[in-house]
Design a protein around this ligand. Sequence first.
Ligand code: FEO
Ligand code: CA
Ligand code: CA
Length: 760
Amino acid sequence: MALGHHDDTIDNVSDNEHFQTVLARGLADPARRRLLRGGLGLSAASVLPLVTACASDSTGGLRALAEPAAAAKLSFGAVGKSLLDTVVLPTGYTARVLHATGDSLDSALAAYSNLGTEIDDWSRRIGDHHDGVDIFYVGASGGYSAAATSRAVLAVNHESSADAHFFHPAGQTSGSSTGLKFDQFGSWDGGVRPELESLKEINHHGVSIVELNLDSAGKVTGYKQDSAYNRRITPQTVVDIRGPIAHLANIRQMMVTRFDTTGATARGTLNNCGMGKTPWGTYLTCEENWAVYWNMPSGSTLPDAKTIASRKRYGVASTAPAGSTGKLLGQGWYTAPNDTNFRFSRFNVAASGASAVDDFRNEPNTFGFNVEIDPCAPGSTPAKRVAMGRFAHEAAVCSAPVAGKQLAFYMGCDSRNEYIYKFVSAAAWDPADIGGGMAAGNKYLDEGKLYVARFSDDGTGQWLELSYDAPAIRAYTVYAFANQADVFVNARHAADAVGATKMDRPEWGAVNPANGEVYFCLTNNNSTNRTPSSTNAANPRAYTDSDGKKSSGNPNGHIIRFRESGGLSTATGFQWDIFVFGAEEDADADNVNISRLTANNSLSSPDGLWFSPSSGILWIQTDDGAFTDELNCCLFAAVPGEVGDGGAYTVLNTQGSSTGIQRTFVGGLLGEARLKRFLIGPKGSEITGITETADGTVLLVNVQHPGEGTAAIGTASNFTFESQWPGNGVSAGASGYGPAGRPRSATLVITRTDGGKIAR
Ligand code: FEO
Ligand code: CA
Ligand code: CA
């Protein structure tokens, strides 16, 4: 998701220690302080267990990793930098659009006008803001098969309402002073929303599932209209509320609404960001910034104090009429007429009735989950997996499955100062469950333990269980937990209680299939939350961009990684280091561009992250607002090393007049051979979501919100656009996709012109 949407959202006001506290404790030791200033001596080995080597050359102490072996080399020429309104690829590659916002799932529905003139409710069109994506092969039975290669469906997430003004002829008709644009994060003017506008804006969220057209070589040639697999999961699709049997009654009690007074079901999914693919062949769509769609109209009756305490920790409207930010939250959908089955009034979360069965005060409790979908079973009911916790789910990546061993799912909560979580299944993995659909999901995702990460200053970390039996949770006074169900549903509070480590916006994670190590993007931080004095071992930089946007804090982000103790999914400890620091190539080399990035691999705000199972390449995607004066958002290919393969490094932060000193572990200098820029997106876009066909010769990559920010241009009668992608030309020199004019999010199909495997 783009900067600006939620970069000022901070709901964690807990006082559990931040990394700077950890760091300060470390620096209080004079011996350690000398060590950190001066680099490593022999004594370092005892306190820096991850360090396997360190150099003292002109690079300031970082060890340059060796070039990859021939079989592991990246086989393309890196692309330089681009600000063009088109996709840029290396020589020898082509891109086409599979589908874009508004494309129809059925031939009976008219092709998309791209003028906002559609009068259907968007429930059979491709959603907007393409995000997480994965491919699922269909076997002879018609269900998922891990071995099939000739038939497949593609699931794509649709994240945000930030560009909903493009769906209407002249923007939103009740809105900001421009009359053009407002989004779910605020600036709706409080007026009555039209029914059709509201329906379009609601239904473009969720997930699109389409059957792919594959040729005899397995290449993707398009998607199949009218396939029985084509499906939209929207915020109105009925879903099951699922959790551990022992706690299910208490869970559902918290989900009771006027729609389902038993709490057994809820409606739909919102703000679908990253994803996960389960070993049994289902899709997890992750609900990220779901908290901002709800309204409390003026004069509303507030819910009870405990509900308010819960809402405040999640950023849900807790006062009337303003949200926690003081802005009118949501898009005002609750005001729309023709409220069939409460489809609009559900977004009013006031305690307007006598009890929870009479209103939608609990509606926000039904969001903030990983939602499991079986893309190969169009009639199946999706399920919200409550035991995986409720927070701003970014993505959910599974550990490498081992028969007879439990599965772990690693999950980030994307807001400033939030946490990294892990869910460990109670059931051990049985490959016989491949193709087991939602029943297998019940087995692996309903029963298990939820943990949150604490990063220690010695390069180790701990997984802290979020259990109602934990003394810290029993004793927590900020939010009085009633039971384990309450711990799952208020996982952020529980994580505060046990003392998790506040991180810098954890985005996607990825698991290296070669060794099981887990990578996480920490996309960026601002100058309010990251100053020299508040830096720490895992977030070691505070600086000001020296040119262009001159952003301060940690504007370019970094990627952290860890190795579970014993390589076990069930481990309660891990070792961590930092894989790469984002930076502009002309930034201060000692303290900012520590990873020595060049014009061919400089990157900012890593966000999407994915390992190719066919090539072992780590793909890194960016969602940036700091370096975009020089470079649009990008896709990078990296050859991973392993935790501890670099050297220890001391960074000296000298932003402004203050100075902070930190140490960090760094995964060494990757160099241009191990990290290359592969793709650059069009203007205003984010590159997010990536997967590949079974043979690794087709890469599917999402382009989200090209032209974001366009609403400030023009007026309702003069609606112009910063970007016109993809109508203006999909890639450099190529023809456009669909009607030109308004920008559209899209899924790209990328191939090598020689038909070979991507990037190897
Ligand atoms: Fe949806 Fe945090 O990106
Ligand atoms: Ca700059
Ligand atoms: Ca620069």
